[in-house]
Write a protein that binds this ligand. Sequence first.
Ligand code: CMP
Length: 139
Amino acid sequence: AVQRTFSIIKPDATARNITGKINAMIEDAGLRIIAQKRIRMSREQAEGFYAVHKERPFFKDLVSFMISGPVVVQVLEGENAIAKYREVMGATNPEQAAEGTIRARFAESIEANSVHGSDAPETAAQEIPFFFKEEEIVG
Ligand code: CMP
C-alpha cells in the first residue's frame, strides 16, 4: 500500500552540503518528497521529538547534536515507504549499514548518522504532524 514516512536530514549532512545527494538517493528508490523544509530545531522540539529515548544514555548528546545546525524535515510517500526508506537509509550504526545505503555512504558515527526515518506506521503518524500541517504536504 502507498504509505507516508517522516524523514530528517541531520546536521552532519547539511554541514557537508549533501542534502541534494541524499534526496537523489531517496528519489532513485522510488520515494516522492511530498513535503520538505529546512529548519533549525529548538531544544524543546528535539526533546519532544526524541522523547521515547529520554532515559537512554545518549539522549543529551543526541538533542545537542540535532540542534547544532540546520536540518531538513521531509515527508516521503510511496509504496511501502516506511520499510523502503529504512532500507535506503541502512542500519543506525554506519559500521553495520549495507553497502549502497545513505548511512554507509555518508554517516560519520552512530550519532551523526545523516538521516532519520520513521520505524513503524504508528511512529510516522506521530512524527509527520510534529513538524507539518496537512496543507504543507502536497502529494
Ligand atoms: P534516529 O533514527 O534518529 O533515532 C535515534 C537516534 O539516536 C539514532 O538515529 C542515532 O542517531 C542516535 N544514537 C546515538 N547513539 C545511539 C545508540 N547508542 N543507539 C541508538 N541510537 C543512537
